[in-house]
Design a protein around this ligand. Sequence first.
Ligand code: HH2
Length: 268
Amino acid sequence: MGIVNVTPDSFSDGGRWLEHGAAIRQGLALVEEGADVLDVGGESTRPGAAPVPEDEELRRVLPVVRALAADAGVPVSIDTTKVSVAAAAIDAGASIVNDVDAGRHDDAMLATVAGAGVGYVVMHMLGTPRTMQVDPRYDDVVREVGDFLVERLDAARAAGIEEGALVADPGIGFGKTLDHNLELLTGLPELAARLDVPLLVGTSRKGFIGKLLGGASVDDREEGTLATVVWAFDRGAAIVRVHEVRAAARAARFLATLRAATPRGVAA
Ligand code: HH2
């Protein structure tokens, strides 16, 4: 899953066109690099990020979703917690809703996804982006995140979302300390065994990688990201959400080849 962020710096019309065009080109380039899904988002969920008003989020994402759904040749996912944005993006061609809120604050989200028959990613987050990194605590993070995902998947099923449409995500970095993130990455096989749906893991460029690399800046976390991508795929993740698709896609292909290798050599 390749990340396409549409968070314009400029609010002039000209600037907006430039931003839309850049995001569309970025999405098409990620498909060239091997992305199987594009995740379009217009609201940052970074710790402490301020919410984006609905009309602004719609203005940011809709032209990009429309263009990529028409031209990219892969499913387009909309990264949003707002029902109105999800519904409009589905109308514009999105076929997956990636909801970092897991439909907790608005029942209409589950009903909208069920009615449209699109895919749905439920992610674990402790609190909200504004507060989630303020002293997050768990007794057993893998068990508690698993409990949450089981509960939200059941709510999604009860709302009528088809089994084959569901994906679960432990929400790396969403209300977790460095240790919590490491425990979740270590606990992926347990989560994969417990949840009967594909697992999505998003580690790309996140803060815990910077910390583990001795304070590496956001642009300097690729090797750490790639290590977590390989780790996650090897321990039960079905999908990874990344900024740098080329490296992740090549590593995934390499892993698949290794998996297919027999003791006597590489399988044909
Ligand atoms: N992480 C971010 C956003 N959306 N969705 C899922 N399912 N899983 C994730 O781990 C996840 C997500 C992080 O978002 P943000 O901080 O805005 O940055 P970016 O979108 O560049 O990753």
